[in-house]
Design a protein around this ligand. Sequence first.
Ligand code: 13P
Length: 342
Amino acid sequence: MDIKTLKKTAGQMVAKGKGIIAADESAGTCQKRFDSVGVPCTEDNRRAYRETIIAAPGLEEYVSGIILFDETIRQETTDGERFSDVLAKKGILPGIKVDMGAKELALHAGEKVTEGLDGLRERLAEYKTFGTMFAKWRAVITIGEGIPSDACIHANAHAMARYAALCQEADIVPIVEPEVLIEGDHTIEQCYEASVAALKKTFEELAGQDVALEGTILKASMVIAGKKAAKQSSVEEVASETLRCLKESLPSALAGVVFLSGGQSDEQATAHLSAMNAGGKHPWPLSFSYARAIQSPVLKIWAENPNANVEKAREALLFRSRMNSLATMGKYSEEMEKERPY
Ligand code: 13P
């Protein structure tokens, strides 16, 4: 483990004004997203859509890294250049999703544990040949009647720590993502409690495996009421409860925090991040690692005419990236949505 390299990469991932785009949808998730816009989810359509994002000129101004899926890292542009090389040339770090998905947790109905440790050392070695600088592993925590259980939180945190250690052994920065799902009718207080429990256990397990936090990035879900909750959370509540949760749960040595959007609207995700950063400095840089909250207008525009709409789709991509870049500095306002090019 080369701690200097890990620290440098982690610092680049959360550099001032920059964040990460998650474009690592697995085959199943990609199918869902393409179905929603009526485009056949073929390998070449996935490739063409991802090229729209990866090769967008100027993206490097707002984006430090893009998380890719195994299929994508092996794909090329129409001109025959590997996607990972296109990113590296622009100074955008190529990242890779390495978990194998969340599966039913035995003896715990309604809960999941993420798999993917088998053969991970060898897979990471191969991904390094593509210039991969960081990786992602997502665990899923569900709030419901009597859940999350300690068993679920523990199993996920332990697997995540073993993944993080394998990444650091290969000088790849691990993003650890214990996502507390927004689906459900839970209150913001329930979300707070589940988030603190999941985060504390995650950092306990990371310490247990001697993972260097200066070379680790947390991908966190925001503390927010469930989508079906009777009382929805305000922007101020989400910002203050999320910050309170992070301060209660995270060691200060951690290199940075990036948020997932998790089903929030594009504007909400940006407003929440901006509100958190408007309050001044925190022990860690707070940035974004959105998939849906950046990609939804992009996919929609591209899907209307994949051959003709690449430029228009890229305008939407750059706009949402710029709004989120401003949010990392607390400088976004709803007013700015009026400049939307879509
Ligand atoms: P969303 O921003 O769509 O939640 O996706 C982020 C992600 O990478 C989930 O793992």
